[in-house]
Write a protein that binds this ligand. Structure first.
Ligand SMILES: *Cc1c(COP(=O)(O)O)cnc(C)c1O
Length: 455
């Protein structure tokens, strides 16, 4: 019964490094890379009106890749496309993709030294480097699946480290913070914001005065998802210090400002945080997932540490990264940013992000000059919030979907100051105004002629 089947079909199901015909496997993987790149390079539109992916009758692996490529990638949403302007998805570093392919082939799981070896050391090193960008000498932390999980872990630490339960957020704090607070039985309090959407430190102080106890944490944001608002981190650090509260800075979006001396001043005070969320799969141009929670004091992570005797025994002298993570089995995501940082340096990443910001500024100016479009505000980071004049919320949604279905452009909608707006998020350093102007004109034309197909 345990006789291995001699047929090719079963061999193909199995297993890198165990295949009797390594050349064939190699070709299959090259085919996968070529197919993906063919579709990426050939993408004429950023989106299409998608049809569902259906199961196949059993084909050969080569045919399966070809039809999977056609049916999935042939109608994928492409973030590198100049008319993909919607969310915080970026075109990705080729070196990051290469590192990710290698990490996938090795299938490295980083949670214990006896599974990870040098990969664990690499993650420790990258976290220290990321900490240096924040302003810390000997930082620690963990890679996570994204900013949401980084925030979740920050609040887990807050919950375990102190019996206090109140945390301060604003209406612009990322929703993952509210969800994590609810999971951990923490009470959120909404601090009013100023005209730029930033937490008002004086209002925070007044709110604290109404609480029975000092807050457990203040959650600051360095780059809110919609407006890119950066809280006054110095003032909030003062407040946290006065109340011995944990200052967590969610820099999932704005963290890339730290890469460059010219832009890092905007985040002054971040070095006084007790924990920081950084998303390298946004402004650092790495493939998803690549995020980290970084802390200045390695002891911070001990609040939620559990030692399993088979995995990360307390007496181990080698890095077992399960010590620091909410996950057990975990990818070697540090590989991507490790290679980019060590090859190109943080400055290059920071300059690319700064170019995205200046593109957003130029697009905003074009909107201001446009006769029928209305700009919400001068961009604070790299989002542009605007709309055609005289269009209802429902019509904005229809407009967005008809742009998507036609492959004209992918744009987002959001609510700011209780009104619906369109949103561009610019994360392509190579974008030009010439590429975006036709999208603005198309939006204006659609709104103007009420060409919205199915109104
Ligand atoms: C994107 C974002 C998050 C969530 O990050 P994911 O990687 O999508 O989980 C959290 N906070 C802010 C401010 C963000 O912009």
């Amino acid at each position: 019964m345990l006789e291995p089947s001699p047929t090719d079909e079963v061999d193909d199901l199995v297993l890198l490094g165990r295949h009797p015909n390594p050349q064939r496997l190699r070709k299959l993987l090259h085919t996968a890379v070529d197919t993906a790149l063919d579709h990426l390079e050939g993408a004429e539109t950023p989106s299409s009106s998608a049809r569902p992916l259906l199961p196949h009758t059993p084909p050969t692996p080569e045919e399966a890749l070809e039809s999977f490529g056609r049916e999935w990638l042939g109608q994928a949403v492409w973030y590198h496309h100049p008319r993909y302007l919607a969310h915080l998805n970026c075109p990705v570093s080729a070196l990051g993709v290469a590192a990710d392919i290698m990490a996938t082939i090795a299938n490295t799981a980083v949670e214990s030294f006896d599974q990870a070896g040098v990969a664990a050391e690499a993650e420790v090193n990258v976290l220290r480097t990321l900490g240096q960008l924040v302003g810390w000498n000997d930082a620690s932390g963990t890679f996570t699946s994204g900013g949401s999980q980084s925030n979740l872990q920050a609040l887990a630490i807050v919950r375990q480290a102190s019996p206090r339960k109140d945390i301060l957020i604003t209406a612009n704090t990322h929703y993952s913070v509210s969800r994590a607070a609810a999971l951990f039985g923490l009470r959120t309090h909404l601090v009013p914001t100023d005209a730029f959407g930033r937490m008002d430190p004086q209002a925070a102080r007044e709110l604290i005065a109404t609480l029975e106890d000092s807050p457990a944490a203040i959650i600051a944001t360095a780059g809110t998802t919609d407006r890119g608002s950066i809280d006054d981190l110095e003032a909030l650090a003062d407040l946290a210090e006065d109340h011995r509260a944990h200052l967590h800075v969610d820099a999932a979006y704005g963290g890339a400002l730290l890469c460059n001396a010219e832009t890092s001043g905007a985040l002054r005070g971040i070095e006084r945080a007790a924990s920081v969320t950084l998303d390298m799969h946004k402004g650092f141009f790495q493939p998803v997932p690549c995020s980290a929670l970084v802390v200045p004091d390695p002891q911070t992570l001990a609040a939620i540490r559990i030692n399993a005797s088979y995995l990360n025994p307390a007496e181990s002298e080698r890095p077992n990264l399960a010590d620091n993570s909410l996950q057990t089995t975990r990818r070697f995501d540090a590989a991507k940013i490790f290679l980019s940082l060590s090859t190109y340096g943080a400055e290059a990443i920071g300059s690319a992000f700064a170019r995205c910001m200046s593109h957003a500024g130029a697009i905003a100016e074009a909107i201001e000059r446009h006769p029928t479009l209305e700009l919400y505000e001068t961009p604070q980071l790299s989002t542009v919030i605007f709309r055609p004049r005289g269009v209802s919320s429902d019509e904005l949604e229809q407009l967005k979907m008809s742009l998507f279905d036609a492959g004209d452009a992918v744009v987002a909608t959001t609510t700011v100051a209780e009104e619906r707006w369109l949103k561009f998020t610019i994360l392509d350093p190579y974008l030009t105004l010439d590429e975006v102007s036709p999208v603005l004109d198309r939006i204006a034309a659609l709104a103007n002629t009420k060409e919205l197909s199915y109104l």
